[in-house]
Design a protein around this ligand. Structure first.
Ligand code: ZN
Length: 88
């Protein structure tokens, strides 16, 4: 498989928050069926080797996800109200 761009592995780029070295904590391959057969996606999860930094990052990430989920829910409620038929 030919390599496209990205000559520097992500794990070689220092952490943007604390400048520490980062490492790949997890990598996996995902196969998504499409009209040509399969599309292969390579994923890797990069973590900071600075424990404090990584913990802070994960905390912020989960808070962000929570916020987004709440936003999504309120949006759903909002559109449900909009779509509700008028009783008058
Ligand atoms: Zn860091």
């Amino acid at each position: 498989m030919p390599k496209i761009g990205n000559p520097v592995p992500l794990s070689d780029i220092p952490c943007g928050r604390c400048n520490s070295k980062r490492r790949i904590s997890k990598s996996w391959v995902e196969k998504i069926p499409n009209s040509n057969g399969f599309m292969t996606l390579y994923h890797s999860q990069i973590v900071c080797t600075n424990k404090t930094c990584q913990e802070a990052f994960e905390k912020a990430l989960s808070e962000d996800l929570e916020k987004r989920e709440r936003f999504r829910q309120s949006k759903l409620e909002h559109s449900a109200k909009k779509l509700a038929p008028k009783t008058a």
